[in-house]
Design a protein around this ligand. Structure first.
Ligand SMILES: Nc1ncnc2c1ncn2[C@@H]1O[C@H](COP(=O)(O)OP(=O)(O)OP(=O)(O)O)[C@@H](O)[C@H]1O
Ligand SMILES: [Mg+2]
Length: 184
């Protein structure tokens, strides 16, 4: 389990996170919810080791391999959808993950030729293909219709059977996928 104790973070003089404490179980979906600007992405970046808190401690992440799906897709524009996934795994596995996110037919297309929701799914496939010990998802369903969202949620639930998923969202339906929730 991951134990977060008294995390605070300010940017300039503005306090974004004020004494956050929580426990994240070893498996299952853990939602981090809150309005726009409440500090969800900042909290995730601190947990993922990409940002330093002003104070507080995090235990249980040492030596863990971390997969992150960022709020922005961060796809490599010169690579095809397939090669964007294959950045983190071999081509065969990348093909399997593209199939799971229902993008086999778009494997050869560049990000500029894909819709917003398609790019989001390439980013999801890449995060899953990396096979981390823990998965951070920052607004993973942006741009997806309800049916597609349900099917992508199944992939995330599958990962969460054995490992922790931290799901950042401001959507109540998405938060309801989680067994635990931190509202910030
Ligand atoms: N690197 C930074 N430098 C200065 N201010 C920052 C930085 N990162 C975040 N902030 C500020 O911290 C606050 C929280 O930002 P954050 O991105 O964590 O919010 P969020 O809850 O993820 O919002 P959203 O739902 O819109 O993505 C905002 O006011 C933002 O302007
Ligand atoms: Mg955010």
């Amino acid at each position: 389990m991951i134990t977060v104790k008294n995390i605070s973070k300010s940017f300039d003089s503005k306090k974004v996170l004020d004494n956050i404490s929580t426990v994240i179980p070893d498996s299952g979906i853990f939602a981090v919810s809150g309005v726009s600007g409440s500090g969800k992405t900042t909290f995730m970046r601190i947990l993922a080791g990409l940002e330093t808190p002003d104070s507080g401690t995090i235990e249980g992440l040492d030596g863990k391999k971390i997969s992150v799906m960022f709020q922005k897709d961060r796809l490599l524009p010169w690579h095809s959808a397939l090669d964007n996934v294959a950045v983190v795994c071999d081509k065969e596995k990348a093909k399997e993950w593209l199939k799971k996110v229902e993008l086999s037919a778009a494997a050869g297309k560049k990000p500029s030729e894909l819709s917003g929701g398609m790019c989001r799914r390439v980013a999801l496939a890449r995060a899953l293909a990396f096979e981390g010990d823990i998965l951070f998802l920052d607004e993973p369903f942006k741009g997806l219709d309800i049916e597609l969202r349900d099917r992508m949620a199944e992939l995330i639930k599958e990962f969460a059977k054995t490992k922790p998923v931290i799901l950042i969202t401001h959507d109540r339906w998405e938060a309801s996928l989680a067994t635990d929730e931190l509202r910030i």
